[in-house]
Design a protein around this ligand. Structure first.
Ligand code: SF4
Length: 474
């Protein structure tokens, strides 16, 4: 191994963990005069083992010096924002933050934040399960001989983990891929199923009959994408998982967006919006709101805490600049695969929203919480009335779909979606493709209105049930 990967003229280097997703790859930053001039994956750390994905590199390298970075305290005046001092921000919060506060949690939110905000009602668009979200470390997946991968395309979330499923296949495992989108994992599976939501329900109900023999005779793993848990099939999926675990001792892993601390979901956030006077919002929950809800939000006292501008920030009263995960001591509450892992800050970030809120609120406590041993679910009827279904995901970049088109040849023709679906507010150009399940539309949830270069579509404006990643469109 070379002594240093970088051939640049650096004056120091720092090691840490990337928390751009749940993979937690190790990185080495090379600095000159306090600025990042190079970044490499750390080969000593699983699961990246020397690799970083483009998202991780963007956060680690481009993020700290991005021209889009929010670096000061900003207050909205009419439709514009003006810079204010830390003291002015503090006094604005003191005057306006009322008793009933909702906090929306999103990645880059760490233990210090949880201590500060767990006294309020916590919401998130990340999934919560009260039991362990993973029973086997990803680098041990290649030991398995039968893998059922349900909506588990890692490019949407945990890029570095796809290698372990492919590795398992190369060592002779049978991999069954199931999704509404012919994604990379489906293409690499031994057997693949392109199913719409209705067909998926039937598939889940028939899993035992279809694969009972494999589960019985082979060391098995079930991967469940968070999209399935954010769908009307959540309970059916968990019920199946419980049966497989109890009868065949399968290992499993939830794949994707999970927040490990108990909280309420997006559906309740939308329903309860009217009951709060003040909001502290991390991430970008405004993209899930319809016009009415967005208007309502704008009338409240909203603080947005974010490293980059987004729709939520633009509709807030006050914007507080937030450090990235490597600009603070960070404990990751968002990985389904590991114990909670920590990494020390490797870069400095001055403006500090935490100090302001800490001064005003005082340090709080995090209530103890233990993950249950048993998988739990509700027994509920599933109603899937409709003919057109949707599946939305976060793209790795807004250009993800283009990248996908270039990678895999599609057959089809350009159509106006309004010829199929009567959307009153907009004509959307879509590609009709054999790479989607029958009657299914694929949407990018990050393709939204705040983007500086492209006009996007707000998921909350387009969908009646944006709290489902997989749902019935019509
Ligand atoms: S896969 Fe995740 S943890 Fe690894 S480099 Fe990419 S964003 Fe960071």
């Amino acid at each position: 191994m070379p002594k240093d990967f970088s051939i640049k003229n650096f004056d120091s280097k720092r090691e840490g963990l990337c928390f751009g997703c749940g993979c937690e790859c190790g990185y080495i930053l090379y600095l000159k005069g306090g600025k990042v001039i190079d970044v490499y994956g750390n080969p000593k750390v699983y699961p990246g083992m020397g690799s970083l994905c483009s998202k991780g590199i963007a956060y680690l390298y481009e993020g700290p010096s991005s021209p889009f970075r929010i670096r000061s305290f900003l207050v909205r005046e009419g439709e514009n924002f003006k810079e204010i001092s830390r003291e002015e921000a503090k006094s604005l919060i003191r005057q306006n933050l009322k008793e009933k506060v909702a906090v929306f949690v999103s990645p880059f939110f760490s233990l210090e934040d949880l201590k500060l905000f767990s006294r309020f009602d916590l919401y998130s668009d990340y999934e919560f399960v009260p039991f362990k979200p993973s029973t086997l470390k990803p680098w041990l997946w290649p030991q398995k001989k039968f893998i059922l991968a349900l909506f588990s395309e890692f490019v949407f979330s945990d890029v570095m983990l796809e290698r372990f499923v492919i590795d398992a296949k190369e060592r002779g495992a049978k991999v069954i891929g199931v999704s509404s989108l012919r994604d990379a994992l489906l293409l690499k599976s031994s057997e693949s199923y392109l199913l719409n939501l209705k067909e998926l329900k039937e598939f889940l109900e028939g899993v035992l009959e279809r694969y009972g023999k494999e589960f019985e005779s082979l060391p098995s793993l079930v991967l469940i994408g968070d999209a399935l848990l954010k769908s009307p099939l959540r309970n059916l999926t968990l019920k199946l998982l419980k049966v497989l675990r109890e009868n065949f001792k399968v290992d499993y892993s939830i794949v994707g967006n999970v927040f490990r601390y108990p909280h309420r979901g997006l559906k309740e956030f939308k329903e309860n919006l009217k009951d709060y006077e003040s909001f502290i919002l991390f991430g970008n929950p405004a993209r899930y709101l319809n016009d009415q809800e967005l208007k309502l939000l704008k009338e409240k006292f909203v603080i947005s805490v974010t490293p980059f501008p987004n729709l939520t920030a633009l509709n807030s009263r006050l914007i507080l600049p937030m450090p990235l995960f490597h600009e603070r001591d960070y404990l990751n509450l968002f990985s389904p695969y590991s114990e909670l892992r920590e990494s020390k800050r490797t870069l400095d970030f001055t403006p500090g929203y935490l100090e302001v809120l800490l001064d005003l609120l005082g340090e709080g406590e995090v209530l103890a919480f233990e993950e249950e041993e048993e998988i739990s679910f509700k027994d509920e009827d599933v109603n899937l009335k409709g003919e057109v279904f949707y599946y939305y995901e976060e793209g790795l970049t807004p250009d993800y779909c283009k990248w996908f088109y270039l990678t895999y040849p599609l057959e089809g023709q350009r159509l106006l979606i309004s010829q199929d679906l009567n959307l009153s507010f907009k004509d959307l150009k879509v590609e009709r493709t054999k790479n989607l399940a029958k009657g299914t539309i694929f949407l990018q949830s990050s393709f939204e209105e705040y983007q500086p270069f492209l006009e996007g579509v707000r998921i909350g404006k387009l969908l009646k049930t944006p709290y489902y990643k997989l749902g019935v469109f019509k």
